[in-house]
Design a protein around this ligand. Structure first.
Ligand code: GCV
Length: 733
């Protein structure tokens, strides 16, 4: 195209000036259209609002939303209206009219039940009660008119977003009847963002929060961040790293936090901060931070009052205490409930909450690291204030490619408890590997704790339906940064999206979520949607295969956690790899049965027996719970060693298959995103082979068995892999 333009430039000098001018202009125009049609940088996420591809359907939609009755007179409603305007005009190619209800068909009526008689007539009190504060109803009524209603303005905003998503997916509006509300209350992103804008475990650039220029400069990106979150029902953001800096609680930063809170408020997003437990000492020279000391309690009460004077709807605190060097109540021989309750009392008068993390372990405790959180928290079950919620990682170790569910789910029955998932891919290939995480989240949520008999899933243990908790939620460690496409890998956006959807409804399936996301982010064309859905759905298992098959865990490189490091040793044991795989020439794996650390004992029956018996333990958790001889026969009939080799190899083959599958899809994606994903898949395949070769060569030094036929033999040596020393990796400080 560009060459064509250059060729034509020549004619400018030989032809009549006017004609050439026109030609050049036309070519410029074409060039612009071509570039804008075929190049996208991913900034728009799933809010692209691409024109409806089905022309007949587009006509039908136009007739269905000819006239929109919507009195938007508050910031939230204005946000909803502006989204609707942008979305519909881009998708339908016309500007719908905003007016009073007409007598004709084609009205879209948006409001609270009290705003329009017709809404009242077409909704029941019971269903309105059921959808509580944030739910909505989308319905086609008589005259084929459509209504969007809710009990609150935020519910209306969510309803508008859902309505737009239906159009984006080209689903029919005829017969529309969606009644939906979130199943958890606090749906929150955790940003591990430092005040110097680095992001711990962040692989998509720097922190979005430009603390230096705040509060005066409001980056428009903050608004797009809020729109994206609101579109999937995320209603909270913890702005700062859980490895906390007390400075965030000082006036100079609170001014800045207030500016962000003001931007997010219309979108229903509350701001939360991480509270460093020792802040009273660090900021005001108190001699201690003992939670039972009245001076300390008073300090936090004053601090809370100060924060609320800036941000009247401040959400509350997120706290990492007594873990990985963070100070906490243990410093004063107090327990976690005493620590959490002190902070909870400080924010309670304002409706604030405390999210207290259960990610605690201590190298000086000679107990299996995976058991320590349960051991510490179970004795204080029932001792936390009502406005405290315990935030528990999905598994008992640390966001590994696969872990069994955390035994605190289904364990703590008298405490509010919310899962914490990692969206950023600390242990899953950073932002260069395509790993769709919904299957990982779903696997945890659908795990059966058996606390109240069969069907006591983690989802039910966290949404209040099993134990009746009053406060519920779900946290996701964000993968967002300043990269133009937000998440580094274009498919990382799917994990942000999936987290939001599952926080709203923990019972949704990964396939449905992938389908929605692909259609809105790329295209509705089946020829694209089908193969990409399959790629996404298998990608997590693929990563498990090439990284940590059969229940292996924590065998990544030290520090930055990029790439394999099964040989990592020589540092505190619970930060090594050898502590976890314990390979010898006879066997490999961590014995967590009653004969070993008895971590299985933290699960209810029959889960404990199932995991504890090598015959019944699902093979995907085999080496997590058992020490297994290298020649042990698995269900496939293969020895453990052969099976391990096959799985590693399969992971590499699957990564290659993803690459091949993507290579066939160039016609359906804009060039920019196509090429970028293509290059990333190349990296992923290379790194999958790196994992396979490094791990097999290393474990072979124990098994002393040959790499079986059918598995590609490593070309490089173990020494080569052990010598790789990656410096300056992102996300690591
Ligand atoms: C924020 C893991 C990560 C740490 C992280 C910690 C946590 O250990 O490697 O970077 O710290 O989890 O969740 O607190």
């Amino acid at each position: 195209m560009f060459c064509f333009f250059l060729l034509n430039q020549k004619t400018i000098f030989v032809n009549n000036y006017k004609i050439c001018y026109m030609k050049t202009f036309f070519l410029f125009f074409l060039l612009f259209c071509t570039l804008s049609a075929f190049s996208e940088d991913g900034y728009d996420l799933w809010l692209r609002y691409a024109p409806v591809e089905n022309v007949n359907l587009q006509k039908t939609y136009r007739n269905q939303v000819k006239s929109i009755a919507f009195n938007a007179n508050t910031p939230t409603l204005e946000a909803a209206k502006s989204e609707l305007k942008t979305g519909l005009s881009k998708m339908l190619g016309f500007q719908p009219e905003f007016a009073e209800i007409t007598n004709n068909t084609g009205n879209l009526i948006i409001g609270l039940p009290d705003n329009f008689e017709v809404i009242k007539e077409n909704t029941g009190t019971e269903e309105l009660n059921d959808i509580s504060r944030e739910g909505f109803i989308l319905r086609q009524i008589e005259n084929n008119n459509l209504i969007i209603t809710s009990n609150t303005e935020i519910g209306l905003l969510y309803g508008v977003f859902r309505f737009l998503q239906i159009v984006q997916q080209e689903l029919p509006l005829s017969g529309l009847n969606v009644v939906d509300s979130p199943k958890t209350q606090v749906r929150i992103l955790n940003h591990w963002d430092n005040l110097n804008r680095t992001v711990e475990r962040g692989y998509a650039g720097f922190s979005l929060w430009d603390w230096f220029r705040l509060p005066d400069v409001i980056d428009p990106r903050y608004i797009d961040y809020a729109r994206a979150n609101a579109s999937i029902g995320i209603n909270g953001t913890a702005l700062t790293n859980v490895n906390a800096n007390a400075q965030i609680l000082t006036p100079v930063y609170l001014e800045k936090v207030k500016a962000l809170a003001d931007v997010f408020r219309p979108y229903g997003i509350k701001v939360y901060l991480t509270a460093r437990f020792s802040a009273p000492i660090e900021l005001d020279n108190l001699p201690v931070a003992d939670p039972l000391d009245p001076l300390v309690q008073e300090w936090w009460k004053k601090k809370a009052a100060e924060i609320y004077s800036y941000i009247p709807d401040f959400g509350g605190f997120l706290v990492k205490a007594d873990s990985e060097g963070q100070p906490g109540p243990h410093n004063y021989n107090r327990n976690h409930a005493e620590g959490a309750n002190m902070l909870a009392d400080a924010v309670a008068p304002y409706g604030g909450i405390v999210m207290w993390r259960a990610f605690v372990y201590d190298q000086h405790v000679p107990e299996d690291r995976t058991k320590q959180a349960y051991n510490e928290f179970m004795p204080v079950d029932g001792e936390f204030r009502e406005n405290v919620i315990l935030q528990v990682k999905n598994g008992p170790l640390d966001f590994q490619p696969r872990e069994p569910f955390h035994p605190l789910f289904g364990g703590m029955e008298k405490t509010n408890i919310m899962p914490e998932f990692q969206i950023t891919q600390e242990y899953l290939g950073f932002s260069t590997h395509l790993v769709y995480l919904a299957p990982l989240y779903e696997e945890c949520l659908q795990s059966d704790t058996w606390t109240k008999g069969e069907g006591s899933t983690v989802a039910k243990a966290i949404d209040g339906s099993l134990f009746g908790q009053k406060l519920t939620g779900m946290a996701g460690v964000s993968n967002i940064g300043t990269d133009r496409n937000w998440t580094g890998h274009p498919f990382g956006q799917a994990n942000w999206y999936a987290f939001g959807r599952l926080a709203w409804n923990p019972y949704l399936g990964s396939r449905k979520i992938a389908d929605e996301w692909i259609k809105m982010t790329f295209t509705k064309n089946h020829a694209f949607v089908e193969p990409v859905t399959e790629m996404m759905l298998t990608s997590r298992e693929t990563a498990v295969n090439y990284m940590t098959p059969l229940g292996l865990h924590h065998i990544m490189a030290a520090g930055h956690h990029h790439g394999p490091g099964p040989w990592v040793d020589g540092r505190r044991p619970d930060w090594t790899a050898v502590y976890y795989h314990r390979a010898t020439s006879e066997e490999i794996g961590f014995d967590r049965t009653p004969g070993g650390s008895n971590a299985v004992g933290q699960y209810h029956q029959p889960v404990a027996d199932k995991f504890g018996n090598i015959e019944t333990c699902p093979e995907e958790y085999l080496l997590w719970f058992h020490r297994v001889p290298w020649d042990y026969r698995l269900k496939s009939g293969n020895t453990l060693w052969d099976e391990m080799a096959f799985r590693y190899n399969q992971g590499v083959n699957e990564a290659l298959a993803m690459q091949e599958s993507w290579n066939l899809l160039a016609d359906y994606v804009d060039g920019q995103r196509f090429k970028y994903v293509q290059s990333l898949l190349e990296i992923q395949t290379k790194e999958a082979a790196w994992w396979r070769d490094a791990c097999l060569l290393y474990f072979q030094t124990f098994s002393n068995m040959p790499i079986p036929d059918g598995v590609e033999k490593p070309v490089k040596t173990l020494e080569y892999f052990m010598g790789i020393n990656e410096l300056y990796m992102p996300g690591h400080h």
